[in-house]
Design a protein around this ligand. Structure first.
Ligand SMILES: Cc1cc2nc3c(=O)[nH]c(=O)nc-3n(C[C@H](O)[C@H](O)[C@H](O)COP(=O)(O)OP(=O)(O)OC[C@H]3O[C@@H](n4cnc5c(N)ncnc54)[C@H](O)[C@@H]3O)c2cc1C
Length: 477
């Protein structure tokens, strides 16, 4: 992945842990005297300056550079102030297509939102971000090309051009990551030609260029040992997304492992049935089902009646899906959990489709969430479940780059402890990052700012963790 010169440079940057810690404390003490804004001076993305692995569960953010901590505090303050967020959003929307030409605005976005949430725009920047993540102890990266196709122009030549750019972007992304890393792909990124096919449940192969491009992407991923995560999208096209992805899983996943993963949005009332159906197909046809579990990101635009009535219901459905994968049953047997779930969203689908209340398919699982309770439950289940009874092969936890670092690095620390104890259960933690120019990333960045605003509880948890780490360093801890 890296050129020999890059590797040498990275190696030469390595310092003993104690030296790095004292340098970090020195930098923090001097920076805290000046304003937070002045401290946000790291260029984007941050260089792989540390080979420190955060193995301290008590201080999970210990390995993050001070610039990153302060930037994170600043961005959470912006997101939690409705007036500032509204103004910032307005300015960014007004410059949506001219960001790269507006020097001052681009500089401000680059040093804040872009540096926090994006992997970079060039191969070297992306490689540096990935190396930085690995040095923090992460398993690696889930990388996605951020460019969204312009779907206002539906002429045949533009449609073909959009598919071509999407194919090239996806193939480049596969080359940027290492084997065992993940690449996230959104079908709608290919442009307007896929939307009618998806919404009318027609096969992707009905469009020769689109079908051929998808096969090329899957083949390239398989050849390189990279995993493909197909993103879940709006409910209007999601049934079509499930159909295409199931077909790709049939073709590319083997009995031993998954190359292609489907995403299941547990906030949708219909998902338990879809998930059970896919588990049954995988069991019957003998391939590993790739499952990425999310709650769902389109609550603002998907029809409300399709979504669980309350957040508690979504949480229950999400945790039941984890249990179904890890233990074979959505219900919490007393030995696996203290929570009693007598009523399950999976009751009907499990009885109707899986039978005998057990999932028997082999699954490779990505638990993509920032919810501490769900993650703790999954870790506890995986620890206590005898390996031969667990239907999950590879289990990976994933959070977005720039978000919930205290959670991600806490998991990394737990994983390091397990490794020391030579347990056969690895905790693999990955960060999801997009790549592209500042202009290409603007819409993604606006979504992240909005998400931080909505997740008030999580923001408070994050701010508290960052402040705790700042005080720990001031005290010389
Ligand atoms: C690595 C990664 C990949 C992702 N990929 C996708 C993807 O492909 N497609 C996609 O749609 N999302 C995706 N997401 C976003 C995800 O769906 C969630 O929006 C986000 O992670 C927040 O949910 P949570 O589980 O982390 O935590 P939480 O903060 O515990 O849950 C918030 C979520 O709960 C649900 N919710 C909130 N209020 C209510 C309510 N009143 N009633 C019912 N449900 C409610 C919503 O889904 C909301 O997003 C991804 C997230 C990550 C970390």
């Amino acid at each position: 992945m890296f050129a020999p010169t890059q590797r040498t440079l990275l190696r030469n940057r390595t310092l003993p842990l104690r030296t790095i810690q004292s340098l970090t404390i020195f930098r923090l003490q001097s920076t805290l005297n000046s304003s937070a804004a002045a401290a946000i001076s790291s260029s984007s993305p941050s260089p792989p300056s540390q080979e420190v692995v955060s193995k301290d569960a008590e201080a999970p953010l210990a390995a993050l550079p001070v610039t990153s901590l302060l930037r994170s505090l600043l961005l959470h303050s912006i997101s939690s102030s409705p007036r500032v967020l509204k103004l910032g959003t307005k300015v960014m929307l007004a410059n949506l297509n001219t960001m790269d030409k507006n020097f001052l605005l681009k500089l401000a976005v680059d040093k804040t939102f872009y540096a926090q949430f994006c992997a970079g725009a060039t191969a070297a920047e992306i490689a540096s971000t990935i190396e930085n993540l690995r040095s923090l102890g992460y398993g690696g990266v889930i990388l996605s090309y951020v460019r969204e196709a312009e779907i206002t122009d539906t002429s045949a030549s533009t449609e073909l051009q959009n598919i071509k750019q999407w194919l090239e972007g996806s193939l480049k992304t596969i080359q940027y990551v290492d084997p065992r890393d993940y690449v996230a792909v959104k079908y709608s990124g290919a442009g307007s030609s896929c939307l009618p096919l998806l919404s009318q449940h027609k096969k992707c192969f009905n469009h020769p260029e689109l079908g051929a491009s998808l096969i090329k992407i899957c083949e390239a991923a398989k050849e390189r040992g990279v995993k493909l995560l197909i993103d879940a999208e709006q409910a209007l096209i999601q049934d079509g997304v499930h159909g295409w992805t199931l077909e790709l899983m049939r073709r590319f996943n083997t009995k031993e492992n998954a190359v292609v993963y489907n995403t299941y949005q547990m906030y949708l009332k219909s998902t338990p049935e879809i998930l059970c159906r896919h588990l049954e197909v995988a069991r019957r046809e003998g391939f590993t089902l790739g499952v990425k579990l999310v709650r769902g990101a389109y609550i603002g635009s998907d029809p409300r009646e399709l979504i669980h009535d309350t957040k508690a219901d979504t949480d229950q459905a999400y945790d039941e899906a984890i249990r179904l994968m890890l233990t074979g049953s959505p219900k919490s047997a007393p030995e696996w959990s203290s929570v009693d779930s007598s009523k399950s969203f999976f009751d009907g689908p499990v009885q109707k489709i899986l039978g005998a209340e057990k999932n028997k398919a082999k699954v490779d699982l990505v638990i993509a969430c920032h919810n501490r309770e769900s993650i703790d439950m999954a870790v506890a289940l995986r620890r206590t479940m005898p390996a031969q009874e667990c239907g999950v092969g590879r289990l990976v936890f994933a959070q977005l780059l720039g978000m919930a670092d205290e959670l991600s690095l806490g998991l990394v620390a737990q994983g390091a402890k397990k490794a020391q104890a030579q347990s056969d259960f690895d905790i693999e933690v990955y960060k999801y990052a997009v790549w592209g120019t500042t202009q290409e990333c603007v819409r993604y960045l606006l979504r992240r700012a909005e998400e931080n605003k909505d997740a008030v509880g999580r923001s408070i948890e994050h701010r508290t963790a960052v402040m705790k780490e700042v005080w720990r360093r001031i005290r010389g801890g």
